[in-house]
Design a protein around this ligand. Structure first.
Ligand SMILES: [Zn+2]
Length: 167
């Protein structure tokens, strides 16, 4: 009897079950929602991308994240072709699943902010945040190059003064 109950509430996902913690599995296959304001990323404001915890599929970008009103990581858009929608037991919502591994990541409703008016409420336990490295950014690369040039210039000056001070 327990087994039937369990099967009725678990979804087929393309992830090795043993690689997941019970909490992660409950979210990914059981369509669970973590308790609001307990996740790692609901307040995260850093620059980077949010990947699927299980298959590394890129799901969201930092520039579509906005201040959370529900205690989940909230976005107004996803990265194209990264997710799929499924019917939810609540009429006004849809379940959001990763297109890569089918695991459940969160809820979608249609009372979000402009420009899309879509609200993605995502479980932090289904996400893995990757910080954008400064080395990848052209602006910071330019600054680093200028600093290196200034150092080289100083060294040349120093060597010139050193070698000519004996004269
Ligand atoms: Zn995935």
């Amino acid at each position: 009897m327990m087994r039937l109950y369990y099967q009725a509430f678990s979804k087929l996902i393309k992830v090795d079950r043993l690689a997941l913690t019970p909490h992660q599995y409950w979210i990914a296959a059981g369509k669970g929602m973590e308790r609001p304001y307990t996740g790692e990323y609901w307040f995260n404001q850093e620059v980077g991308t949010y990947h699927c915890q299980h298959c590394d599929n890129q799901l969201f970008s930092f520039d579509s994240k906005y201040k959370s009103t529900t205690g989940y990581a909230q976005f107004w858009n996803h990265i194209p072709n990264s997710v799929k929608l499924e019917e939810s037991n609540i009429k006004e919502e849809r379940d959001l699943c990763c297109a890569g591994c089918d695991s459940f990541v969160g809820k979608v409703s249609f009372d979000g902010p402009p420009p899309t008016f879509i609200k993605y409420s995502i479980n932090s336990a289904a996400l893995n945040f990757k910080l954008k490295s400064f080395q990848e950014d052209p602006y910071f690369r330019k600054i680093a190059r200028k600093e290196k040039e200034a150092q080289r210039q100083k060294k040349v000056e120093h060597n010139y003064l050193e070698s000519n001070s004996n004269l």
